[in-house]
Design a protein around this ligand. Sequence first.
Ligand SMILES: C[S@@+](CC[C@H](N)C(=O)[O-])C[C@H]1O[C@@H](n2cnc3c(N)ncnc32)[C@H](O)[C@@H]1O
Length: 366
Amino acid sequence: MPREKTAPACYALVHPGLEKVAAEEIRTDLAGEVKRAEGGVVVFRLPEIDRSVLELRTTEDVFLHAWGTDQLSYRATDLDGIQRWTAKDANWPELLRIHHAIRPKPKGKPSYRLVVQMTGEHGYRRVDASKALARGLAGKIPASWRPAEENAAVEIWLTIHAATAVCGLRLSDRTMRHRTWKLEHFPASLRPTMAAALVRLADLKPENVVLDPMCGAGTILGEAWFYARHQAQLRPGWRITLLGGDIDLHHVRFAKANLRQLGNVPIENWDATRRLPLDNASVDRIISNLPFGKQMSNPLEIGPLYQAAVKQMDRVLKPGGRAVLLVSEPAELKQALRPLHWKQEGFVPVRILGQRAVILVYRKPS
Ligand SMILES: C[S@@+](CC[C@H](N)C(=O)[O-])C[C@H]1O[C@@H](n2cnc3c(N)ncnc32)[C@H](O)[C@@H]1O
């Protein structure tokens, strides 16, 4: 791990399974060069590091890269490595300079916080890794800075997952993962970063009509709105139409409250397994997170629900249109889609709230 000579690399922590989608966003939107995308971490270099890195939508957090390894031994000797790499392999003054340019220091004495995340079985505890990190940082953080548990001006993170460790300075804050527009939430509501990934996989075009027939709190429609706004800033002519509905009146209210700030998005209270109040072949994209079997009072009802819902989706989707569906029971969805001859174009396994799920991407034949 030689000391960085050029601008430092960055890395993003992403929802496991979304590494490739996030890498595509970094390449396309930031002209980044992606070095590695696996294990929930995407390492990349940018032509220039500025605040645009905070506009990524499929990432949970972004950092300036101090050091990284994929050769942890799982033994206590890793602690010496963590201390040594932290002390020797990072140019902390340069990292702090770039950090302050992106996140200006608040007035008064700066505060800092060390955050250590650790998954997998290791022969040491998280607190031991944290102490090794602190020893490595001795003399790197100005002595006048005070440690803080919350709202620190500077956060130094160490993320250990199996044999991989990555350490850096956090550039993002909680608004990257939680957003500021999403005020209403319910337990099965999607994380905005996951919704943003579904939207990217839908490959929206400038005048698309986009439908989420089971929209919950409207997370997917909201992220589609932000995607289209970003595209409109790059080139004129982007004017997508968003449509949504849900069977649960509370969720309809949540979606309306969340989307009100983003313009006029009609949200209906409907049963998407019955005839939707939409014309045949009137929608270009369907992006939805269908109910998971475990959320239903009777999980056996999931098959019939999918069958009835995809019939309606097929009716309203234009030939050549795309559907991006996040489901927990892909076999049931495939069974439901068998009579329709939609072509599967993507299969992205993810985990949602500890459960296995899959994002399936389909194209309806022209
Ligand atoms: C997993 S949640 C969707 C969460 C949503 N993507 C969000 O981010 O808030 C599934 C949604 O499907 C809705 N739903 C279930 N059966 C439905 C039906 N037959 N018609 C319309 N919506 C339905 C539920 O009320 C729930 O809001």
